[in-house]
Unconditional design. Structure first.
Length: 603
């Protein structure tokens, strides 16, 4: 038996093409009991990987390959190692390490974990030494046995009984010399060894597509003879039998992959909402419960709204019972589902915005059907007047987080976010990461560039890809009609545009271009920031997920995208910047200025 402990997925961004669902299926089909993810400097794929493995009956092991400084011959230089999560504490520590690296120690090309951080935050983590790229391996490659011994001693002391010397045979000429030197060092120091395989792509025939992906990231050409080749054809997802044959002479290195899998036991809590605590007021020295304050604020707000809606007291008294009945129904539903805090938080920052010169939209989407939202001044639409249904927004039979789409004046939106950070703590608030993917046309253009095909040639091919808004257009070859599902609305480019299929059949360059583009289509290409999503956590965000920061940016974002942050229970609040509100605000200010000028002139 064997367990892969060094999987790079497409979320390594610069050097992986392995798709999470596909590799989980490969592990299950091969009978591998567990699988470890170790993307470079991130945990982007953690939730997706965790779910995919669990769905296939494979134990997910969470980790990351990190760059660490302070262990190499030159303390300023970095080396690589893999940190695997043993338990919940290890997950928190790895999240904190990665967050610090991205926000406090990011250079132009890489982010680095400092040695002192490892000394502080190593509990619950297993350390794999990084093979030739690690501090021990670098020393061994240079023939410096003393420094190799010293590095191994430091790391084994830092990770007592949790440190392993990595052995790799991935088709590189230097691998065998490193394996020999590392096993001799392990014998002298009584340290365990483990066999790992740096998986960068799923299948052996994916090597060219992987190289194209690397060249796209590096801005290189595939044919450049001076290009540094960092990967080999052997770095595909090998079967357990292949790995056993590769390390048949070092059985303990194979056995330790299973031992590590047994030692790593992380269970992610998914689907449980993690709402921040709303600071309720004190009454007679005791703080009101969120539920009681929620009821009080809703009833008080409704009274204010009713006085505006029905100035006539008799008419107001006549209409009040049906409003109270609807309000009580909504309050009961919201409290039963555990979401009073969400409404209080949203109502608080919306009312702050309205009171501090930041125009806010009247409300849209299903949230406009809530009388509670209207009472708390989250929305400005009376749902009873327009017969709007609350059940479209929240329904106990379909439990999901409420989600108000809130429009703010574009120029003042950041002020509201700053208010939220001040109220709940900067460490508890961030925006959300997004991942750009290689769509069909983008894949054609990117691959064409690294193949050094002419711009006009690639542009002509890409324009043959149908552009049909609202549909999914793919470069993949269409399946036989008998295998298609009735509800499959996918548009297959070669089927929708016969000229594309004709050129692929007749032109070698077009065939090569499309074959590579098909393998890269849909892969994660770059990292960005969600346009409006803001997280507010009940404490430090790194207690739930790590943070990421783009080079040159001052704003950190979660390393989980909007679907994954919701899966782990964090609540997303939509702060949408609407230019229309900004224009209306400018128009209002101009009208007021003109009116004041006219009054002075008339006077």
């Amino acid at each position: 038996m064997f367990v892969h402990l060094r999987l790079h997925t497409e979320f390594s961004i610069v050097d992986g093409t392995t798709r999470v669902d596909e590799v989980a299926q490969l592990a299950a089909a091969d009978g591998q009991p567990a699988l470890a993810i170790a993307d470079l400097n991130n945990l982007f794929a953690t939730v997706k990987f965790y779910r995919a493995c669990r769905a296939q009956g494979v134990k997910p092991l969470i980790g990351a390959e990190v760059l660490v400084e302070g262990f190499a011959a030159d303390p300023a230089l970095s080396s690589r190692m893999v940190l695997l999560v043993q338990n919940a504490q290890g997950y928190l520590n790895l999240s904190e390490l990665l967050a610090r690296a991205h926000t406090q120690n990011a250079g132009k090309a890489q982010v680095v974990v400092r040695k002192e951080w490892l000394q502080e935050l190593n509990a619950g983590l297993l350390c794999l030494c990084g093979a030739r790229a690690g501090p021990v391996g670098q020393a061994l490659s240079q023939g410096d046995q003393v420094r190799a011994h010293d590095c191994a001693l430091q790391l084994s002391s830092l990770f007592p009984y949790r440190f392993y010397l990595e052995l790799q045979r991935a088709g590189r000429t230097e691998d065998e010399a490193h394996v020999l030197a590392a096993t001799q060092l392990a014998a002298r120091m009584h340290l365990p060894v483990v066999a790992t395989h740096p998986v960068q792509f799923a299948h052996a025939d994916d090597f060219e597509a992987h190289e194209a992906r690397v060249c796209i990231s590096d801005g290189e050409l595939l044919s450049n003879p001076r290009r540094v080749r960092r990967f080999t054809r052997e770095q595909y997802f090998k079967s357990a039998a292949q790995m056993q044959a590769l390390f048949a002479d070092i059985p303990s290195a194979l056995a330790n992959t299973l031992e590590i899998a047994k030692r790593c036991n992380l269970s992610l809590v998914l689907g449980k909402p993690q709402l921040p605590d709303f600071p309720t007021p004190l009454v007679d020295g005791a703080r009101m419960s969120p539920e009681d304050y929620f009821r009080h604020a809703s009833h008080t707000g409704l009274q204010e709204r009713m006085q505006h809606l029905y100035p006539d007291e008799a008419l107001r008294a006549q209409q009040m019972p049906r409003y109270l009945e609807r309000l009580e129904f909504e309050l009961q539903t919201i409290i039963t589902m555990g979401f009073p805090g969400y409404f209080l938080i949203v109502g608080d920052f919306i009312n702050w915005a309205k009171s501090n010169g930041c125009p806010v939209g009247p409300g849209r989407g299903s949230g406009a059907g809530s009388l509670v939202a209207y009472s708390l001044k989250i929305t400005d639409l009376d749902p009873l007047r327009y017969n709007l249904l609350f059940e479209r927004f929240l329904n106990p039979e379909r439990v999901s987080m409420p989600d108000f789409d809130i429009d703010f004046c574009q120029t003042n939106r950041d002020r509201v976010i700053d208010y939220v950070k001040e109220k709940y703590g900067k460490a508890a608030v961030s925006q959300i990461v997004t991942f750009g993917t290689m769509a069909a046309r983008a894949a054609i253009r990117d691959v064409g560039r690294v193949l050094d095909l002419g711009y006009n040639f690639c542009d002509g091919i890409s324009k043959l890809i149908p552009n049909k808004p609202g549909t999914s257009v793919t470069l993949q070859l269409p399946p036989p009609a008998a295998d298609r599902k009735k509800d499959d609305k996918t548009v297959y480019a070669s089927e929708a545009e016969p000229l594309l299929a004709q050129r692929e059949a007749q032109e070698e360059d077009v065939k090569t271009l499309l074959e590579l583009a098909r393998k890269l289509e849909g892969l994660t290409r770059n990292v960005g920031m969600h346009a409006g999503g803001v997280l507010i956590a009940p404490g430090k965000l790194t207690d739930f997920c790590p943070l990421y920061q783009q080079p040159g940016s001052e704003s950190a974002v979660s390393q989980f995208d909007k679907d994954d942050v919701e899966a782990i229970g964090l609540v997303k609040f939509d702060f949408l910047g609407l230019a229309t509100l900004t224009i209306l605000e400018i128009a209002r200010d101009l009208i007021r200025t003109r009116h004041r000028a006219q009054e002075r002139f008339n006077y």
